[in-house]
Design a protein around this ligand. Structure first.
Ligand code: MSP
Length: 517
């Protein structure tokens, strides 16, 4: 449906560390959805940013020997660089140290407090700085040295201090009712079931302020306390659309958010705490939270301590931007954990991209350049085979839309590549090179049909590979205003007689220098 608001968010990333491909992966998925919805005519707001408060960031700043603000200014910049490097199309970049966020989050606190859901007490329990999370004794395990570890493997420390609490225990039934009434709220389904059973098992009130360090947003009317970093961080999604001004154009248009994309490690914060905070403030929870899996390198989640960190720059420098964007969303079924490797990367680049899509475009465009005076050929009436392939390339949009709506990127891409395969088989069956002498009119028609199929494929892959798709569309002389999904079904498609530039390959093969020796 055109003109619908669509608000999609990434997690805001901790500025304790440089970004790696895992961070790039989450934002990439959101970028693809944002671009897809824009091409579908929707009014998109795509947000990313950085999570700059809390003990973890404060400690990292201390370790770096600089004050937290200087530190966060530096590290936050790395995430902006990543956005440029990966060609993300975010509309906003939020930092939780901005004034707009301080104001918004203090107002949210006031609202929850005034509604009677925050009380003063004292916290005594375990806290993992790495996760910025509280854990019950029963959740912990011990390592060989006898240190207690959180389920994530993070070390925990004993914390005892005055603290404000949020009455999370009272939200068990409202949350369960909310999940039941909104079956699409959490995806994928396996994760949804985990969250529902966690909540059904009972909820404890949540400590939402700390007094033992300073780097955070002060609690209104009691600045000795600073807010729990997750309450602060989650509210970025509202700040960016104008909260507390719920009457503003931005807020009324975009809230509740259509999708919070997160890694599975932070689902509980988004699918349990966040809707509870919002309900406690009489605000609407987001429409959907999707938890994707981890990208694993050598079988482990990437981490600095394991020394298996791969950055987006490493991959892009070696394989090129659009191939990396394609690979990440095609290779690993979205939602599951998956491995990335040089072998599978090269397989996708040389198979799906160079041989299948690239070669299709290259051979058709070269034939047009050689045999049709470098102009889009004039077709004769189309045969059933012609209309079948054009129809398939048009109708696949419906499948792709459905799959992307469920964040099944790999399946959407598979559907597009089925059409690429059909188109290559059509070329082989029609053998336009044999028609050159025997039936030049038919050759012109076949090349016209193919040019039009390639146009549709290029339009479809724009969200995933914007640069390569645009180069394909340039080579077909498709004007900028005829590249949206609405143009997929338009006739005439490519314009007979239009002059085409000299074709150049869009997806070169990857030549493995080590293997080539
Ligand atoms: N600051 C919190 C999020 C607050 S959102 C209100 C946080 N930040 S983080 O820097 O640790 O980034 C977490 C997100 O990065 C994960 O949820 C996930 O989306 C992404 N990833 C980090 N490592 C990853 C992999 N190895 N693989 C896939 N995604 C990964 O948590």
């Amino acid at each position: 449906m055109a003109d619908q608001p669509y608000y999609v968010t990434t997690p805001i990333y901790y500025v304790n560390d440089k970004p790696h491909i895992g961070h790039a992966y989450t934002t990439l998925a959101c970028d693809v959805l944002a671009r897809f919805h824009r091409l579908d005519g929707d009014d998109v707001h795509f947000l990313t940013g950085t999570d700059e408060h809390g003990q973890k960031v404060e400690k990292s700043a201390q370790a770096a020997g600089v004050d937290p603000q200087t530190f966060t200014d530096q590290v936050s910049e790395n995430f902006r660089t990543l956005a440029a490097e990966m060609n993300y199309s975010n509309d906003d970049f939020i930092r939780t140290t901005e004034a707009r966020h301080l104001h918004s989050t203090q107002e949210l606190w006031r609202k929850i407090r005034d509604n009677g859901h925050i009380y003063l007490g004292s916290y005594a329990g375990w806290y993992a700085v790495r996760d910025e999370a509280f854990y019950a004794e029963s959740e912990l395990t011990k390592n060989e040295k006898g240190d207690r570890l959180a389920p994530s493997g993070a070390e925990v420390e004993w914390v005892e201090e005055p603290s404000y609490f949020f009455d999370l225990s009272k939200w068990q039934q409202p949350l369960l009712d909310f999940y039941a009434a909104n079956p699409d709220f959490i995806g994928p389904d396996t994760r949804r079931n985990e969250v529902v059973s966690f909540v059904a098992g009972g909820l404890n009130d949540l400590s939402v302020s700390r007094t033992s360090f300073k780097w955070g947003i002060p609690v209104p009317d009691d600045p000795e306390h600073i807010m729990y970093v997750w309450l602060d961080a989650l509210n970025n999604y509202q700040t960016a659309v104008g909260y507390p001004d719920t009457e503003s154009d931005l807020y009324s248009k975009y809230w509740p958010a259509d999708l919070h994309m997160v890694g599975k490690d932070i689902l509980r914060f988004h699918a349990v705490y966040w809707p509870a905070f919002l309900m406690a403030a009489d605000l609407a929870p987001p429409k959907r939270v999707y938890a994707h899996g981890w990208l694993l390198n050598r079988g482990e989640k990437m981490s600095k301590s394991l020394g298996n960190v791969v950055t987006a720059g490493d991959l892009v420098g070696r394989y090129g931007l659009d191939p990396v964007r394609y690979y990440l969303l095609r290779e690993v079924p979205f939602g599951q954990d998956g491995y990335i490797s040089h072998e599978t990367m090269v397989g996708r680049i040389n198979g799906d991209l160079a041989n299948d899509l690239g070669n299709l475009a290259q051979r058709v465009l070269s034939m047009i350049a050689k045999n049709c005076d470098a102009k889009v050929p004039q077709p004769q009436p189309l045969t059933d085979d012609d209309t079948t392939i054009i129809g398939a390339a048009t109708n696949v949009l419906g499948t792709v839309r459905d799959e992307f709506e469920r964040q099944a990127f790999h399946r959407g891409l598979e559907a597009i590549w089925k059409i690429v395969g059909d188109a290559n088989r059509y070329v082989d069956a029609q053998a336009p090179w044999e028609l050159r002498k025997s039936d030049p009119d038919r050759m012109a028609t076949v090349l016209y049909v193919l040019a039009d199929v390639i146009r549709r494929l290029a339009i479809l892959v724009q969200p995933i590979m914007p640069g390569s798709a645009s180069s394909m569309l340039d080579q077909l002389a498709i004007p900028a205003d005829a590249r949206s999904f609405a143009a997929l079904g338009s006739e005439p498609a490519v314009t007979p007689g239009a002059e085409l530039p000299k074709p150049s390959p869009v997806f070169p093969r990857f030549v493995d220098e080590e293997a080539a020796g």
